[in-house]
Design a protein around this ligand. Sequence first.
Ligand code: HEM
Ligand SMILES: [Cu+2]
Length: 545
Amino acid sequence: MSQSNDAEPVYPAVNYLNADRGVWSWLTTVDHKRIGIMYLVSVLLAFLLGGIFAMLIRIEHLTPDPTIMSANTYNRMFTLHGVVMIFMFMIPAIPGVFGNFCLPLMLGAKDVAFPRLNLLSLYLYWSGAALALWGMISGGTDTGWTFYAPYSTTTPMTVFPVLLGVFVMGFSSIATGLNFIVTTHTLRAPGMTWMRVPLFVWAIYATSIIQVLATPVIGLTVLLVGIERIGGFGLFDATRGGDPVLFQHMFWFYSHPAVYIMVLPAMGVMSEIVGAFARKNVFGYKMIAYSSLGIAFVGFFAWGHHMFVSGQSVLDNGAFASISMLVGVFTAIKVFNWVATLYKGSISVKTPMVYACGFLFFLVFGGMTGIAVATVSLDVHWHDTYFVVAHFHFIMVGAVIMSFLMALHYWFPKMFGRMYNEGWGMVAASFIVLGFNATFIPQFLLGNAGMPRRYYMYPERFTALNVASTAGSSLLAFGFLIIVVYMSYALVRGPIAGSNPWDSRGYEWDTPSPPPKHNFDVTPVITVDPHSYQNPGEEVEHVIV
Ligand code: HEM
Ligand SMILES: [Cu+2]
């Protein structure tokens, strides 16, 4: 059903990129593909900004004493880094860019269910981001991305605009989630039963459920902190009958599920890519699809693992720890199925596949250390140390960024109709995987040795590991620089990709690259299961189980 490699790849003269011209046509577009591209530009800018802050933090830690900034600036720097990376990059990254671009194509639809709402989501994201940035730059926020009360309600720094910014970006996230849920329910092409929905769509669907259900809670939480700063009602103040731990409950009730808003789409990308680059049917389609829903569900009941040392009862600690382990089980189901897909596959080692291997490694290590910090007795030691920083960076920078890059390299030819240079792709991937390990493995060791997170200075004996981590981060930054260079070149001069350069069986490859404005000339009719790589007549190697 999918087209195979065109003999002579063609670049369609009229496509979604040039069908309408001028900046205004972009700013007022309701085309999901153009909205995806605008998200791409936006999240890349956010990533650049957050990355600059990260490098400044790493440079500050080159020496135990003050290096390049004051203590106050340091507090503002890690807040800026956290808020920009989490709310402006990680959360919108894969759903905003690849969800928007690919979901309707994968479903055989012309667009999302509510195209105007989709554009509104982008404007809400821009407005929220602008508000938050303005707040952080004009006055400076020093609360950390977690806004813990009572500090956030009492610090003299500017916090309100940032809270409002997070609130507004939350609406963007909710609207996008709602749009994707309705699209998946109502706009599937004829023949696409639920068991023929591509795995990336399943992952985005599960993510959307979390976005719609959990995001209102963070909205209300930040709003309460804002109201508290203005009115001083004592909601989170123990001396006036309030409860600072209440803040933590509300914050983590969103923010734990939010980590799955980041990682589930990343898992979805992986599920698309393993089959395509191993030339095998994805093993355990149903298990992968349902485990996304399982993670989404269980993820709602694990938040208390962030509060093991907050005075929570032993019973609660035990319950939250056990539930956290369950998330590990669902994740392991996916990992085993991906590995089973790769097993005996005819693997082509292309750039997306290299990132897929990196993704597996970082996800497993990040997940295992997650299980470790979810073990109460161990977490008492590790809580608020660099160990936790390394744990979540392994997942968020390691796994999610691997997946973002995997998606970018896999769908780049579909988005822009051109190919990038494979050799440079490999070089950059090597720098990134190496640099990433060099940055964060020392942080595990630092945390275990007792270095607290968010401290401005540290004892002499932690210097070597901090220098190693900073050196690693410069490798990482260099890797990203290489990508910027060869991708920019590819955009203008890259060889024409053709509709399906990977000979993938994903439905999104059944249309020219770049696709026409209306996606498909004829509405596709889906007659085969997704991710099927056996040839006609060939015995089915892995049926859908
Ligand atoms: C799969 C994606 C995951 C992501 C994106 C993620 C992300 C995070 C983040 C952002 C934090 C720290 C937040 C902060 O205090 O600033 C964190 C801490 C934690 N994570 Fe994960 N995590 C993931 C997986 C897991 C898993 C699978 C488990 C357990 C089974 C887990 C258990 C924990 C625990 C217990 C903490 C708190 C540690 C402490 O503060 O002492 N995580 N994670
Ligand atoms: Cu958590």
